[in-house]
Design a protein around this ligand. Structure first.
Ligand SMILES: [Mg+2]
Ligand SMILES: [Zn+2]
Length: 186
């Protein structure tokens, strides 16, 4: 019973570009969306474990005027469409549309988006996980008490040594991340 309650408040926070989908550098065209290696099977595995999936993505292209929030939503909708056949649904996408120099509270590694999710969606961050291909993703774990996991897709392969030095788990892709989380929950 206790386990069940804990599980309901547990989430996996997911970076988008380079983690769930291939990083195409300021992607704004839904037609360009392509799932990353291991994403479909890994996210399906996390879903079978009863974990809630929540997206957290920096999209400074909005602040730079390269695309608008509608384009971000369209890309996220396309991600949902590609994941649906695998029984995977990302509950909500939190988006930071700001540029790096504005000092906003939401641009990763600032923990604003995760705090918002914890508050609005009744999530216990200390029981949660955060997965991404950059140090700014795993550093969210350090900031919030969630377990940070670096995937070696996207920019991640070049960052594995640095992430390990910070005490984060490093895995090949989302498929391996899901297996590692399953082992931790046993
Ligand atoms: Mg990324
Ligand atoms: Zn922001």
């Amino acid at each position: 019973m206790t386990m069940r309650v804990e599980q309901a408040r547990r989430a996996v926070f997911l970076d988008r570009d380079g983690t769930v989908i291939v990083d195409k550098h300021y992607l704004s065209d839904p037609a360009e969306v392509e799932l990353e290696r291991g994403a479909a099977s890994g996210l399906a595995h996390l879903t079978r474990l009863g974990l809630r999936l929540i997206g957290v993505t920096n999209q400074s292209g909005v602040a730079k005027g390269m695309f608008d929030m509608l384009a971000v939503h369209k890309v996220n909708d396309r991600v949902a469409e590609l994941l649906m056949p695998y029984g995977v649904s990302i509950e909500h996408w939190y988006v930071c549309p700001h540029d790096g120099d504005t000092g906003c509270v939401c641009r990763k590694p600032a923990p604003g988006m995760m705090y918002e999710a914890a508050r609005d969606r009744s999530i216990d961050l200390t029981q949660s996980f955060v997965i991404g291909d950059k140090l700014s993703d795993v550093e969210l774990g350090t900031a919030t008490g969630a377990a940070g996991i670096l995937v070696e897709t996207g920019k991640g392969a070049a960052l594995s040594v640095a992430a390990r030095a910070q005490g984060h788990l490093v895995v090949r892709d989302l498929d391996e991340a899901a297996a590692a989380i399953a082992a931790m929950l046993e």
